[in-house]
Ligand binder design. Sequence first.
Ligand SMILES: *[C@@H]1O[C@H](CO)[C@@H](O)[C@H](O)[C@H]1NC(C)=O
Ligand SMILES: *[C@@H]1O[C@H](CO)[C@@H](O)[C@H](O)[C@H]1NC(C)=O
Ligand SMILES: *[C@@H]1O[C@H](CO)[C@@H](O)[C@H](O)[C@H]1NC(C)=O
Ligand SMILES: *[C@@H]1O[C@H](CO)[C@@H](O)[C@H](O)[C@H]1NC(C)=O
Ligand SMILES: *[C@@H]1O[C@H](CO)[C@@H](O)[C@H](O)[C@H]1NC(C)=O
Ligand SMILES: *[C@@H]1O[C@H](CO)[C@@H](O)[C@H](O)[C@H]1NC(C)=O
Ligand SMILES: *[C@@H]1O[C@H](CO)[C@@H](O)[C@H](O)[C@H]1NC(C)=O
Ligand SMILES: *[C@@H]1O[C@H](CO)[C@@H](O)[C@H](O)[C@H]1NC(C)=O
Ligand SMILES: *[C@@H]1O[C@H](CO)[C@@H](O)[C@H](O)[C@H]1NC(C)=O
Ligand SMILES: *[C@@H]1O[C@H](CO)[C@@H](O)[C@H](O)[C@H]1NC(C)=O
Ligand SMILES: *[C@@H]1O[C@H](CO)[C@@H](O)[C@H](O)[C@H]1NC(C)=O
Ligand SMILES: *[C@@H]1O[C@H](CO)[C@@H](O)[C@H](O)[C@H]1NC(C)=O
Length: 508
Amino acid sequence: MESWIWWFLMCWHLLILYFSPSHSLCHPHDSFALLQFKNSFTIKTSYHNYYCHPGYSKTTTWENGTDCCSWPGVTCHHISGHVTELDLTCSGLTGKIHPNSRLFHLSHLQSLNLAFNDFNQPQLSSLFGGFLSLTHLNLSGSNFEGEIPSQISHLSKLASLDFSNVFVRLTQLTTLSVLNNNLGGQIPSSLFGLTQLSDLDCSNNKLEGPLPNNITGFPILTRLSLLGNLLNGTISSWCLSLPSLVDLVLSKNQFRGLPEHISANSSHSLQSLHLSYNKLQGNIPESIFSFLNLTLLDLSSNNLRKVPILKFLDLCNNKLKGSVKLNQELSYLDLSFNSITGGISSSIYNASSINVLNLSHNKLTGIIPRCLANSSSLEVLDLQLNKLHGTLPSTFAKYCRLSTLDLNGNQLEGFLPESLSNCTSLEVLDLGNNQIKDIPNVIWKLLSLRGLNLSHNRLSGRIPKSIENLTKLESLDLSSNMLTGGIPTELSNLNFLEVLNLSNNHIG
Ligand SMILES: *[C@@H]1O[C@H](CO)[C@@H](O)[C@H](O)[C@H]1NC(C)=O
Ligand SMILES: *[C@@H]1O[C@H](CO)[C@@H](O)[C@H](O)[C@H]1NC(C)=O
Ligand SMILES: *[C@@H]1O[C@H](CO)[C@@H](O)[C@H](O)[C@H]1NC(C)=O
Ligand SMILES: *[C@@H]1O[C@H](CO)[C@@H](O)[C@H](O)[C@H]1NC(C)=O
Ligand SMILES: *[C@@H]1O[C@H](CO)[C@@H](O)[C@H](O)[C@H]1NC(C)=O
Ligand SMILES: *[C@@H]1O[C@H](CO)[C@@H](O)[C@H](O)[C@H]1NC(C)=O
Ligand SMILES: *[C@@H]1O[C@H](CO)[C@@H](O)[C@H](O)[C@H]1NC(C)=O
Ligand SMILES: *[C@@H]1O[C@H](CO)[C@@H](O)[C@H](O)[C@H]1NC(C)=O
Ligand SMILES: *[C@@H]1O[C@H](CO)[C@@H](O)[C@H](O)[C@H]1NC(C)=O
Ligand SMILES: *[C@@H]1O[C@H](CO)[C@@H](O)[C@H](O)[C@H]1NC(C)=O
Ligand SMILES: *[C@@H]1O[C@H](CO)[C@@H](O)[C@H](O)[C@H]1NC(C)=O
Ligand SMILES: *[C@@H]1O[C@H](CO)[C@@H](O)[C@H](O)[C@H]1NC(C)=O
């Protein structure tokens, strides 16, 4: 073959390779860096621990002149050919990672796994903080000692950081996120030496046992999340008195109790407290309301029985009934899915600041107090599935801001009050499964309604033509009543209607 033809074909082939979307040659800069990195270590393929198979290193087949994107452990960007992932788990790399290591030239790395090698290193290089695209860093079991450099906290995209089995004193670490891992066992005590932490997230692991109870560190911790673990016992009081804590998330664990005395040392900085989906039982301690800056309290899905009465600001006559100074900021209170008994008026906190009140799925009895309807702050009121009875209060005020009113599954009766038409922002009105007798005209003035449920009531008469005015309706459930007449043709004007249930009536 003429040599120019050979050259032409060769170049053509390379061009195709270069532009082919599914495969791109390794960037020469990265290829060089990888080989240098490999060559800076002794490969001890006999190095193994219980985790690794002896005698194997991913780097064995790395050779100069071949495409590094095809090397074991290496993943490249399909267009640029830059190395984006490097997984050298169990590769027998033995030696130190020096500051001039070519590893730090791989600036496109998103995931770096050096787990189970033997770096025998007194200090992890601060240059690890330079991998700005890194989302996953795994140094598990790789024999680093000493401190983790604070520069690691520059890795703002880091979603997973695994230092387990690494003996480190992370005293400079300000952010530690180990969420969505399989960390098991008790909370490692070394964690509590991390006095510079401001954000600690161990969500969705398998941590178990009780919280340690003698912690004094964490002076600047603002966020602590242990969501979704298997922690049990009583929630230690130290977590509730950390001086800088703003968000505390302990939901989805097996905690059984709250500390008896919170108020003396309660954190004044705490703004949101998530304790849902635990096994908290008995009475809600009064002191839970002693966090002065608390705006969100989620105690839903526990087994709580009583909301304290004494020291609450009674919503209805707005009188301070206790001696403790209570916070005035609470705007979100979720006590749903508990076993709370008693009437509402005596058990609701100063509602003049509350926007969202969820008491659904409890055992509340009595009537709905007037003051709830007269609240100028309430946007969401969910009382579904309780045992409330009587009529709806008659005084929904002019400044009613309700967008959701869910009273489904109670024993309410009578008519809906005229004043409900003051709640012009109402989008969801669910009165299903009660004993309401009539569709009052006011309903047709609630022009923002998207969902209306009056099913399983005692409605009679015809469906009024005025229904055409509820043009935003997406769901209309009037099933299981005693409605008569025909289906109004006006229904066809409701262009957003997705659910229409008129079953079990006497509509002809
Ligand atoms: C790879 O080979 C080229 C030429 O064959 C040489 O210039 C380069 O230094 C080699 N790279 C390494 C890392 O050995
Ligand atoms: C770190 O790497 C080891 C070994 O490959 C693996 O078992 C572990 O799950 C990794 N950790 C994370 C957080 O992915
Ligand atoms: C807490 O969890 C640990 C470990 O799962 C278990 O051994 C212990 O019995 C549990 N304690 C309680 C009070 O449930
Ligand atoms: C907490 O107390 C236990 C035993 O009472 C002790 O072993 C542990 O070192 C203490 N931890 C801290 C952080 O003080
Ligand atoms: C509250 O702080 C005092 C000292 O200010 C301390 O003696 C007490 O043990 C703390 N109580 C709790 C429950 O942490
Ligand atoms: C309470 O919150 C306010 C406003 O967010 C803040 O200025 C104040 O410092 C907080 N109090 C404490 C003790 O953190
Ligand atoms: C109830 O809360 C509001 C809003 O935070 C506040 O203005 C009012 O003073 C509180 N009522 C009492 C009696 O403290
Ligand atoms: C109230 O809480 C229940 C259960 O936690 C939830 O299903 C419901 O959506 C909440 N209500 C509102 C209006 O958000
Ligand atoms: C409703 O609230 C306003 C303002 O707080 C108050 O003046 C009025 O008396 C209340 N009305 C009823 C019926 O509670
Ligand atoms: C709306 O609220 C105002 C002020 O509270 C009240 O006077 C009026 O009667 C209410 N509207 C209806 C239809 O009840
Ligand atoms: C309306 O309420 C009834 C009774 O609780 C319930 O079965 C039904 O699913 C609700 N309809 C809609 C559309 O949510
Ligand atoms: C429905 O809307 C029409 C025109 O916008 C109005 O004249 C009528 O009074 C409304 N009906 C009701 C019940 O509000």
